[in-house]
Design a protein around this ligand. Structure first.
Ligand SMILES: [Zn+2]
Length: 271
């Protein structure tokens, strides 16, 4: 858990995807990973954690991203992500679904919306659901090969409020447009009156290495060129600052900081 002024953010795990790093990043080679052993698990595999973050902020209890869901996800290509235990893990943390005032999505890919609804009913019955207007149009209103977003979100459309561009959601909690991975991809920025700052990057990056090496591969981007431009701009903005950085799939959902290095940036975990 981290604290930024009056905000606390606690990661909540849904499931973990473990694969060979060159499987998850098909354009990389084993040799490229040799420079980054600390970003791999002990068995040499890359772990992508799935889940979300619980944000306490004033009167708001918000869930930022809603995991893969109980049944997991199977891509049209056949790739699979295992389903998980997010609601159980929330209960263990002492939070009930009905306690949430807000569900905030960094974007609407299936591994971020899995626990949104069940049989057409919202799983967070008292929450206002929030996403970028451009992702709502792209994933729910338009016909896509993968119907997951439409299936899970269209039945609860009346629960949704959308933002466009960048917006203050509540005091000290901003959503900032970071397009490329998806049209409405957004990051959540938390700030305190004393100038502390944390950022949840969503899937602007999937693994900290993407913040260290501007040339590193990305994955699953709707607009790869724009995604790289967004990522490089953010990495340059963040390097050498005390901003605490989290992202939707970082190992252990841990926060870290981006250090300015001699040859290249370095990542330091705050765990
Ligand atoms: Zn994702």
């Amino acid at each position: 858990m981290i604290t930024i002024g009056d905000h606390t953010i606690t990661p909540v795990l849904d499931s973990v995807l473990r694969k060979e790093p060159t499987t998850l990043y098909p354009t990389t080679t084993a040799a490229m990973w040799e420079a980054y052993p600390e970003h791999l698990a002990a068995d040499g595999r890359l772990e992508f954690f799935m889940g979300g973050y619980v944000l306490h902020s004033g009167d708001h209890l918000a869930l930022i991203d809603a995991g893969v869901g109980p049944e997991g996800w199977r891509a049209p290509s056949g790739a699979e992500i295992p389903g998980g235990f997010m609601l159980d893990n929330l209960r263990v943390a002492g939070v009930r679904p009905e306690d949430f005032t807000d569900v905030i999505y960094t974007h609407l890919h299936p591994d971020h919306i899995g626990w949104s609804s069940h049989d057409g009913h919202p799983l967070f019955p008292n929450a206002t659901y929030r996403c970028h207007r451009a992702d709502w149009s792209y994933f729910v209103e338009e016909e896509r090969e993968d119907p997951t977003a439409r299936r899970l979100l269209a039945p609860i459309a009346e629960r949704f409020e959308t933002w466009e561009g960048s917006e203050v959601l509540f005091a000290g909690v901003d959503v900032v447009s970071a397009p490329g991975h998806t049209p409405g991809s957004s990051i959540v920025v938390l700030s305190s009156s004393s100038g502390e700052r944390a950022m949840l990057l969503g899937d602007v990056v999937h693994c900290p290495i993407e913040l260290l090496d501007d040339e590193w591969a990305t994955m699953g981007d709707v607009d790869p060129e724009l995604a790289v431009a967004t990522r490089v701009r953010l990495a340059r903005e963040l390097e050498g600052t005390p901003t605490q950085i989290g992202a939707a799939h970082f190992p252990g959902l841990e926060f870290g900081r981006l250090l300015r290095g001699e040859a290249r940036r370095r990542w330091t975990s705050l765990a």
